[in-house]
Design a protein around this ligand. Structure first.
Ligand SMILES: *Cc1c(COP(=O)(O)O)cnc(C)c1O
Length: 356
């Protein structure tokens, strides 16, 4: 079977595995839909996309990507709206960011329109995997890695791009206790922090585990030079409400340009909220807490949308933030975003893309 426009070859699974899934209890990131989409790059061109049953693939032990870290990824979601229609949320933004990551890691790009069409086809084929329950969704993981069979540090000449998907349940998390990291660094100026490149996450595990052993859930990363300015919270962008203003660090090459971050800021501006994207020092946050103007702090990302922070640990002091139930602004922003995704509110920003 072929899709005319793109020449997508489709090999369907003999029998769907969907009956193995308990949609009332879906663990995050452990169950995968019937199909995946694969494209290979060689001799300077991408092969036509191939949809095939999800499954293991052979890999050379000398695969360059495994040794030297040319690996990048994305994360986005498809939602089943109240009228049954399936939509992708801002897929072109995710694929534009994939290309930014690719360029930083010396990997080939793929036209955004091609990727959006590939994804629509894949999600359409596995449409039964998009949960029908409210608040659940289909998590989508596009990624690319170097496939040359060779030892020796250099850019690979061949790559594989894959999209896998899987249903995920309603994101539930306890309010976060975060620790301001003042020794380890996630990203430095000139580094790869603004790329979704695998190594950034591997390097964050040790300091994160150390914070967890002290009773925190996540870190607040600070700038590599002075550890004075707030950058991100774990693998989310971070925002603060000080007084009536919404503050978030301005992005540069040490901060991932989150699509949830942009969506939340856009919604806040549309509501007339004073939004400030600028450097934010830890000192400023601590001072605002002490003078009673720090009303809210939260992480923003695709998985959780908005994850409230209840406590910030900094140099032996734990700042306890106002009760979660009092956080009107972030709650309103999260509700609006959810309503747009599930089709309960009009999508005036053109963020949703229909699959069917
Ligand atoms: C993916 C990611 C985010 C959030 O990006 P979204 O597009 O909102 O999901 C933020 N920070 C880091 C480091 C990330 O990897």
């Amino acid at each position: 079977m072929e899709n005319d426009i793109l020449n997508i070859t489709v090999d369907r699974i003999a029998e769907s595995r969907i009956k193995e899934i308990d949609f009332s209890n879906i663990p995050f990131g452990k169950q995968f839909s019937d199909h995946m989409l694969v494209m290979d790059y060689a001799n300077g061109v991408w092969s036509s996309p191939h949809v095939m049953p999800y499954g293991n693939m052979p890999i050379s032990p000398a695969c360059l990507g495994l040794h030297y870290g040319q690996t990048i990824f994305e994360g986005l979601k498809a939602y089943r709206q109240n009228n049954g229609e399936i939509v992708l949320f801002r897929p072109a933004d995710n694929f534009a960011r994939l290309n930014i990551s690719a360029e930083r890691m010396c990997m080939p790009t793929i036209p955004v329109d091609t990727l959006v069409e590939c994804l629509r086809e894949l999600v359409h084929i596995d449409q039964n995997w998009v949960p029908k329950t409210h608040n659940a969704s289909l998590y989508i993981r596009p990624f690319m890695y170097a496939t040359d069979e060779a030892i020796g540090v250099r850019p690979s000449e061949t790559y594989r791009f894959i999209i896998i998907t899987g249903p995920v349940g309603p994101y539930y998390s306890v309010p976060l206790k975060v620790l301001v990291e003042t020794h380890y660094t996630r990203a430095a100026a000139g580094g790869t922090g603004s790329a979704k490149a695998g190594g950034n996450y591997g390097g964050a595990l040790l300091p994160t585990r150390a914070a967890q052993q002290k009773g925190y859930h996540q870190l607040i990363w600070t700038d590599a030079k002075q550890h004075r300015f707030v950058e991100e919270s774990g693998t989310m962008n971070v925002m603060f409400q000080i007084g009536d203003s919404l503050l978030t660090p301005s992005t540069g090459d040490t901060i991932l340009q989150g699509i949830t971050r942009d969506s939340v800021l856009t919604l806040a501006r549309s509501l007339g909220i004073d939004v400030q994207e600028r450097p934010i020092s830890v000192e400023e946050v601590v001072a605002a807490h002490h003078n009673g103007t720090l009303k809210d702090a939260f992480g923003v990302g695709t998985a959780a949308t908005i994850a409230p922070i209840e406590l910030i640990g900094h140099e032996g002091e734990d700042l306890v933030l106002p009760p979660i139930e009092d956080r009107q602004l972030s709650k309103a922003l999260a509700a609006k975003l959810t309503a747009i995704r599930y089709g309960d509110a009009e999508d005036t920003f053109g963020w949703t893309v229909k699959v069917g």
